[in-house]
Design a protein around this ligand. Structure first.
Ligand code: ADP
Ligand code: MG
Length: 312
């Protein structure tokens, strides 16, 4: 199977064409318009077999997750996703229908669900399956939500349940079947919420390497500290039953959540709730001047090393 037949059979026209695309797959580059009044937001994330997913993972989930982690990054800026480029490094043993058709359908389904077009990429042979996706999105001029805007007095929120993927990963490593497998395999990027928070949130990040570490990035970038109440962090019932220490590890140092962590001041919280009365967000703590991250249980500090995911 040649590189060109792979592209033609599996990747050409698998997503809905976008009105901002002038030229997509088939030329040397894609050419796109940026909508009036918007700025271009871009990111890249790479998944390596054996490192980010097990070697025999379902190709559908691999395709889904490779896109989801990028859409989560765009969501964390408040951006509207527009398109992706797919860098695919493929072992010869996977250059077949069984792998490519499932991979492409996982990728196409999440793209079409979020109105994202595959506008280009690169296909090469490699010993290790490696998927590097570049994602592009748009944000209204000067409105992107960064990590550095948290202010003393802001409240800290998360968008949903934390720790599920981390518990699923533990189950998987023990060879157990997990009710939370979907959280690990098929994360749901919080794109709609990210956009709703434009003009309201003072800072935001997506949680990929652990809530403790990722909130720490907001604190460092903003030059502030925070206290969070561990019992306020929403989690699945499979975690509520765990011993405290184990649960806290999943909540603070687990990874792969792809939920959002963000800060809002009181005024913006009120206007946000008025504008989106049915949108659930979960307050877990507040920002203060004193640097560092304090982890509290019923207002009492607990000892827990914030480690998060370390790549090296
Ligand atoms: P070039 O050699 O000029 O880089 P290629 O032959 O690599 O071009 O790619 C031909 C076209 O197919 C380009 O438009 C490229 O963006 C697209 N393409 C290549 N690989 C992929 C892929 N994995 N997914 C989507 N589009 C791809
Ligand atoms: Mg090329």
């Amino acid at each position: 199977m040649s590189e060109f037949s792979i592209i033609k059979q599996y990747f050409d026209a698998i997503t809905e064409p976008h009105k901002y695309t002038l030229y997509g797959i088939g030329d040397d580059c894609a050419v796109s318009r940026v909508p009036a009044g918007c700025e271009l937001v871009s990111c890249v994330d790479t998944l390596v077999a054996g490192r980010h997913f097990v070697v025999d993972a379902d190709p559908y989930a691999i395709g889904h997750k490779a896109v989801a982690v990028n859409l989560s990054d765009l969501a964390a800026m408040g951006a509207t996703p527009y398109a992706i480029l797919l860098g695919l490094s493929l072992p010869k043993s996977m250059a077949n229908y069984a792998f490519l058709s499932r991979f492409a359908s996982g990728l196409a389904n999440i793209c079409n669900r979020f109105g994202v077009e595959l506008i280009g990429g690169d296909t090469t042979r490699s010993d290790v399956l490696t998927i590097s996706i570049t994602a592009l999105g748009f944000v209204p001029q000067a409105e992107a939500i960064t990590r550095k805007g948290a202010q003393v007095g802001d409240m800290v929120f998360v968008s949903g349940e934390i720790g599920s993927a981390s518990l699923a990963l533990l189950h998987q490593s023990l060879g157990q079947k997990s009710a939370l497998q979907h959280a690990l395999d098929l994360p749901n990027p919080q794109v709609a919420l990210g956009q709703k928070l434009l003009g309201f949130a003072s800072s935001m990040i997506d949680i990929s390497d652990g809530l403790g570490q990722d909130l720490g990035h907001i604190l460092t970038a903003s030059g502030v500290g925070a206290s969070i109440e561990l019992n306020k962090i929403p989690c699945h019932e499979a975690l509520s039953g765990l011993p405290d220490d184990a649960r806290w590890q999943h909540l603070i140092n687990g990874g792969d959540d792809y939920e959002l962590c963000f800060t809002l001041n009181q005024d913006n919280l009120m206007s946000f709730t008025r504008k989106y009365p049915s949108t659930l967000i979960y307050p877990i703590g507040y920002i203060h001047q004193e640097l560092g991250l304090n982890l509290l249980v019923d207002e009492m500090p607990i000892k827990l090393q914030v480690a998060g995911y370390q790549h090296f």
